[in-house]
Design a protein around this ligand. Structure first.
Ligand code: ATR
Length: 266
Protein backbone atom coordinates (compact mmCIF):
# COMPACT_ATOMS: atom_id res chain seq x y z
CA UNK A 1 0.00 0.00 0.00
CA UNK A 2 1.03 3.63 -0.44
CA UNK A 3 2.78 4.73 2.74
CA UNK A 4 2.49 8.03 4.60
CA UNK A 5 3.43 9.03 8.15
CA UNK A 6 3.60 11.84 10.66
CA UNK A 7 6.99 12.48 12.29
CA UNK A 8 7.07 14.17 15.69
CA UNK A 9 8.59 13.93 19.13
CA UNK A 10 6.45 13.05 21.00
CA UNK A 11 3.89 11.79 18.48
CA UNK A 12 1.97 8.96 20.13
CA UNK A 13 -1.03 11.20 20.91
CA UNK A 14 -1.25 12.55 17.36
CA UNK A 15 -4.70 12.33 15.78
CA UNK A 16 -3.28 12.65 12.26
CA UNK A 17 -3.31 8.87 11.53
CA UNK A 18 -7.03 8.66 12.34
CA UNK A 19 -7.81 11.79 10.31
CA UNK A 20 -5.95 10.56 7.21
CA UNK A 21 -7.44 7.07 7.50
CA UNK A 22 -10.86 8.71 7.55
CA UNK A 23 -10.01 10.79 4.46
CA UNK A 24 -8.72 7.68 2.67
CA UNK A 25 -11.91 5.71 3.33
CA UNK A 26 -14.10 8.64 2.40
CA UNK A 27 -12.36 9.19 -0.96
CA UNK A 28 -11.77 5.51 -1.76
CA UNK A 29 -7.98 5.83 -1.63
CA UNK A 30 -5.84 2.93 -0.48
CA UNK A 31 -3.06 4.05 1.83
CA UNK A 32 -1.38 3.42 5.17
CA UNK A 33 -0.59 6.31 7.52
CA UNK A 34 1.41 5.77 10.70
CA UNK A 35 2.90 7.89 13.51
CA UNK A 36 6.69 7.73 13.83
CA UNK A 37 8.77 9.13 16.68
CA UNK A 38 12.40 9.09 15.52
CA UNK A 39 13.70 10.43 18.86
CA UNK A 40 14.83 13.97 19.58
CA UNK A 41 17.96 13.69 17.41
CA UNK A 42 16.76 11.17 14.84
CA UNK A 43 14.59 13.13 12.42
CA UNK A 44 16.81 13.31 9.33
CA UNK A 45 17.92 9.69 9.57
CA UNK A 46 14.40 8.47 10.34
CA UNK A 47 12.63 10.29 7.55
CA UNK A 48 15.34 9.54 4.98
CA UNK A 49 14.94 5.86 5.84
CA UNK A 50 11.15 6.17 5.48
CA UNK A 51 11.43 7.61 1.97
CA UNK A 52 14.19 5.15 0.98
CA UNK A 53 11.75 2.35 1.86
CA UNK A 54 9.09 3.75 -0.45
CA UNK A 55 7.18 6.28 1.69
CA UNK A 56 5.38 8.76 -0.58
CA UNK A 57 4.77 11.64 1.80
CA UNK A 58 4.92 12.75 5.43
CA UNK A 59 3.56 15.27 7.84
CA UNK A 60 6.05 16.82 10.20
CA UNK A 61 5.15 18.23 13.59
CA UNK A 62 6.88 19.66 16.66
CA UNK A 63 9.87 19.91 16.93
CA UNK A 64 10.96 19.00 13.39
CA UNK A 65 9.32 21.58 11.10
CA UNK A 66 12.49 23.66 10.66
CA UNK A 67 14.56 20.51 10.05
CA UNK A 68 12.03 19.43 7.40
CA UNK A 69 12.40 22.84 5.74
CA UNK A 70 16.17 22.30 5.62
CA UNK A 71 15.74 18.77 4.27
CA UNK A 72 13.39 19.57 1.37
CA UNK A 73 15.00 19.86 -2.08
CA UNK A 74 12.40 22.39 -3.13
CA UNK A 75 9.85 24.45 -1.18
CA UNK A 76 6.56 26.14 -1.95
CA UNK A 77 6.34 29.88 -1.46
CA UNK A 78 4.27 29.51 1.72
CA UNK A 79 6.78 27.10 3.23
CA UNK A 80 9.64 29.44 2.38
CA UNK A 81 7.79 32.34 3.98
CA UNK A 82 7.10 30.29 7.11
CA UNK A 83 10.65 28.95 7.22
CA UNK A 84 9.00 25.68 8.23
CA UNK A 85 7.57 22.59 6.52
CA UNK A 86 4.71 20.44 7.83
CA UNK A 87 4.19 18.39 4.67
CA UNK A 88 6.74 16.55 2.53
CA UNK A 89 5.96 14.90 -0.79
CA UNK A 90 8.18 12.75 -3.02
CA UNK A 91 8.06 14.21 -6.53
CA UNK A 92 8.09 12.10 -9.70
CA UNK A 93 11.83 12.67 -10.14
CA UNK A 94 12.48 11.55 -6.55
CA UNK A 95 13.19 14.98 -5.11
CA UNK A 96 11.43 16.09 -1.92
CA UNK A 97 8.90 18.94 -2.02
CA UNK A 98 8.32 20.89 1.23
CA UNK A 99 4.97 22.58 1.82
CA UNK A 100 3.36 24.25 4.82
CA UNK A 101 -0.41 23.81 5.15
CA UNK A 102 -0.73 25.13 8.72
CA UNK A 103 -1.59 28.71 7.77
CA UNK A 104 -4.11 27.64 5.15
CA UNK A 105 -5.67 25.23 7.65
CA UNK A 106 -6.02 27.93 10.28
CA UNK A 107 -7.51 30.39 7.79
CA UNK A 108 -10.00 27.83 6.52
CA UNK A 109 -11.09 27.04 10.09
CA UNK A 110 -11.40 30.70 11.08
CA UNK A 111 -13.19 32.01 8.02
CA UNK A 112 -15.12 29.03 6.66
CA UNK A 113 -15.90 26.99 9.79
CA UNK A 114 -16.13 29.73 12.43
CA UNK A 115 -17.27 32.67 10.28
CA UNK A 116 -14.58 35.05 11.52
CA UNK A 117 -14.23 38.26 9.49
CA UNK A 118 -10.47 38.77 9.27
CA UNK A 119 -10.54 41.91 7.13
CA UNK A 120 -9.61 44.82 9.40
CA UNK A 121 -9.53 42.62 12.51
CA UNK A 122 -7.33 43.45 15.50
CA UNK A 123 -5.21 40.39 16.21
CA UNK A 124 -3.04 39.45 19.19
CA UNK A 125 -0.56 36.59 18.73
CA UNK A 126 0.91 35.03 21.87
CA UNK A 127 4.32 33.47 21.19
CA UNK A 128 6.95 34.14 18.53
CA UNK A 129 8.33 30.69 17.64
CA UNK A 130 7.87 28.49 14.61
CA UNK A 131 4.12 28.13 15.11
CA UNK A 132 3.61 31.91 15.02
CA UNK A 133 5.85 32.25 11.98
CA UNK A 134 3.82 29.62 10.14
CA UNK A 135 0.48 31.39 10.52
CA UNK A 136 1.44 35.07 10.26
CA UNK A 137 1.85 35.26 6.47
CA UNK A 138 -1.65 33.98 5.69
CA UNK A 139 -3.19 36.23 8.39
CA UNK A 140 -1.45 39.29 6.95
CA UNK A 141 -2.59 38.29 3.44
CA UNK A 142 -6.16 38.00 4.74
CA UNK A 143 -6.10 41.73 5.45
CA UNK A 144 -6.05 41.91 9.24
CA UNK A 145 -6.11 45.50 10.46
CA UNK A 146 -3.67 45.52 13.37
CA UNK A 147 -1.28 43.00 14.83
CA UNK A 148 0.31 42.76 18.26
CA UNK A 149 2.92 40.06 18.87
CA UNK A 150 3.56 39.31 22.54
CA UNK A 151 6.32 36.95 23.58
CA UNK A 152 8.15 35.99 26.76
CA UNK A 153 11.38 37.04 25.01
CA UNK A 154 10.63 40.44 23.43
CA UNK A 155 13.55 40.29 20.98
CA UNK A 156 11.98 37.25 19.29
CA UNK A 157 8.68 39.11 18.87
CA UNK A 158 10.58 42.00 17.27
CA UNK A 159 12.45 39.68 14.91
CA UNK A 160 9.20 37.98 13.89
CA UNK A 161 7.42 41.29 13.20
CA UNK A 162 10.33 42.37 10.97
CA UNK A 163 9.72 39.36 8.69
CA UNK A 164 6.41 40.95 7.64
CA UNK A 165 7.30 44.49 6.56
CA UNK A 166 4.10 44.73 4.49
CA UNK A 167 2.16 44.74 7.77
CA UNK A 168 2.59 48.30 9.01
CA UNK A 169 0.25 48.36 12.02
CA UNK A 170 2.39 46.05 14.16
CA UNK A 171 3.33 46.41 17.81
CA UNK A 172 5.29 44.03 20.03
CA UNK A 173 5.75 43.50 23.76
CA UNK A 174 6.63 41.00 26.43
CA UNK A 175 3.88 38.70 27.72
CA UNK A 176 4.09 40.66 30.97
CA UNK A 177 3.48 44.00 29.22
CA UNK A 178 0.37 43.25 27.20
CA UNK A 179 -1.79 46.07 25.80
CA UNK A 180 -4.76 47.10 27.92
CA UNK A 181 -7.27 47.01 25.05
CA UNK A 182 -9.51 44.22 23.74
CA UNK A 183 -8.82 42.34 20.48
CA UNK A 184 -11.10 40.74 17.89
CA UNK A 185 -8.93 37.63 17.74
CA UNK A 186 -6.35 36.27 20.19
CA UNK A 187 -4.27 33.31 19.04
CA UNK A 188 -2.25 31.27 21.51
CA UNK A 189 0.76 30.07 19.51
CA UNK A 190 2.83 29.18 22.58
CA UNK A 191 3.02 25.53 23.63
CA UNK A 192 1.69 26.49 27.09
CA UNK A 193 -1.43 24.34 26.67
CA UNK A 194 0.65 21.34 25.63
CA UNK A 195 2.59 21.86 28.86
CA UNK A 196 -0.75 21.93 30.70
CA UNK A 197 -0.17 25.50 31.80
CA UNK A 198 -2.37 28.57 31.59
CA UNK A 199 -0.74 31.84 30.59
CA UNK A 200 -1.39 34.69 33.02
CA UNK A 201 -3.43 37.10 30.92
CA UNK A 202 -5.45 40.21 31.83
CA UNK A 203 -9.23 40.01 31.24
CA UNK A 204 -9.04 43.41 29.52
CA UNK A 205 -7.87 41.63 26.37
CA UNK A 206 -11.36 40.21 25.98
CA UNK A 207 -14.51 41.81 24.65
CA UNK A 208 -17.78 39.89 24.44
CA UNK A 209 -17.19 38.91 20.82
CA UNK A 210 -13.45 38.27 21.00
CA UNK A 211 -12.44 34.83 19.71
CA UNK A 212 -9.74 33.14 21.80
CA UNK A 213 -8.14 30.51 19.53
CA UNK A 214 -5.55 28.01 20.72
CA UNK A 215 -3.36 26.28 18.13
CA UNK A 216 -3.20 23.33 20.53
CA UNK A 217 -6.14 20.94 20.74
CA UNK A 218 -7.56 19.01 23.65
CA UNK A 219 -10.81 17.21 24.34
CA UNK A 220 -12.84 19.58 26.54
CA UNK A 221 -10.74 22.61 25.66
CA UNK A 222 -7.31 23.91 26.68
CA UNK A 223 -6.30 26.08 29.66
CA UNK A 224 -6.34 29.04 27.25
CA UNK A 225 -9.80 28.40 25.77
CA UNK A 226 -11.14 27.79 29.29
CA UNK A 227 -9.66 31.11 30.44
CA UNK A 228 -11.79 32.86 27.82
CA UNK A 229 -14.92 30.78 28.34
CA UNK A 230 -14.86 31.29 32.09
CA UNK A 231 -15.17 35.00 31.24
CA UNK A 232 -18.12 34.45 28.91
CA UNK A 233 -16.05 34.77 25.73
CA UNK A 234 -15.87 32.15 22.96
CA UNK A 235 -12.81 29.92 23.02
CA UNK A 236 -11.76 27.43 20.34
CA UNK A 237 -9.00 24.87 20.34
CA UNK A 238 -6.96 23.95 17.25
CA UNK A 239 -8.88 20.81 16.27
CA UNK A 240 -10.44 22.51 13.25
CA UNK A 241 -7.05 23.76 12.10
CA UNK A 242 -5.57 20.26 12.48
CA UNK A 243 -8.34 18.73 10.37
CA UNK A 244 -8.12 21.44 7.70
CA UNK A 245 -4.32 21.37 7.40
CA UNK A 246 -4.59 17.57 7.08
CA UNK A 247 -7.11 17.99 4.25
CA UNK A 248 -4.68 20.33 2.46
CA UNK A 249 -1.85 17.80 2.86
CA UNK A 250 -4.07 14.95 1.64
CA UNK A 251 -4.96 16.99 -1.44
CA UNK A 252 -1.28 17.67 -2.18
CA UNK A 253 -0.47 13.94 -1.96
CA UNK A 254 -3.51 12.38 -3.59
CA UNK A 255 -5.01 15.10 -5.79
CA UNK A 256 -8.41 14.59 -4.13
CA UNK A 257 -9.94 17.04 -1.69
CA UNK A 258 -11.62 15.28 1.27
CA UNK A 259 -14.69 16.58 3.13
CA UNK A 260 -13.88 17.79 6.64
CA UNK A 261 -17.40 18.33 8.03
CA UNK A 262 -17.81 14.96 9.76
CA UNK A 263 -14.47 15.21 11.56
CA UNK A 264 -15.07 18.81 12.63
CA UNK A 265 -18.08 17.68 14.70
CA UNK A 266 -15.89 15.22 16.69
P1 ATR B 1 7.04 26.37 18.14
O1 ATR B 1 7.91 26.04 16.98
O2 ATR B 1 6.05 25.30 18.49
O3 ATR B 1 6.41 27.71 18.04
P2 ATR B 1 9.22 27.33 19.70
O4 ATR B 1 9.90 27.80 18.48
O5 ATR B 1 9.99 26.68 20.76
O6 ATR B 1 8.03 26.34 19.37
O7 ATR B 1 8.48 28.60 20.28
C1 ATR B 1 7.64 28.52 21.32
C2 ATR B 1 7.18 29.93 21.65
O8 ATR B 1 6.33 29.90 22.76
C3 ATR B 1 8.30 30.85 21.99
O9 ATR B 1 7.93 32.15 21.57
C4 ATR B 1 8.39 30.75 23.51
O10 ATR B 1 8.84 31.89 24.17
P3 ATR B 1 10.41 32.29 24.20
O11 ATR B 1 10.71 32.83 22.84
O12 ATR B 1 10.52 33.29 25.27
O13 ATR B 1 11.11 31.00 24.50
C5 ATR B 1 6.95 30.56 23.86
N1 ATR B 1 6.74 29.73 25.07
C6 ATR B 1 7.07 28.45 25.25
N2 ATR B 1 6.61 28.00 26.43
C7 ATR B 1 6.00 29.04 27.01
C8 ATR B 1 5.32 29.22 28.24
N3 ATR B 1 5.16 28.22 29.12
N4 ATR B 1 4.82 30.44 28.51
C9 ATR B 1 4.94 31.44 27.63
N5 ATR B 1 5.55 31.34 26.45
C10 ATR B 1 6.07 30.15 26.15
Amino acid sequence: ADRYAVFGHPVSHSRSPAIHQHFAEQTGQSLVYEAIDPGAEGFTAGITNFFDKGGLGANVTVPFKEAAFALADECTERAARAGAVNTLKVLDDGRLLGENTDGAGLLRDLTHNLGVELGGASVLILGAGGASRGILGPLVDAGIGTLHVANRTVAKAEALAKRFPEMTAVTVSGLDRLPTRAFDLIINATPSSLQGQALTLPSGLLARDTLAYDLAYAEGGTPFTRWAEQRGVPGRDGWGMLVEQAAESFFLWRGVRPETAVLLKR
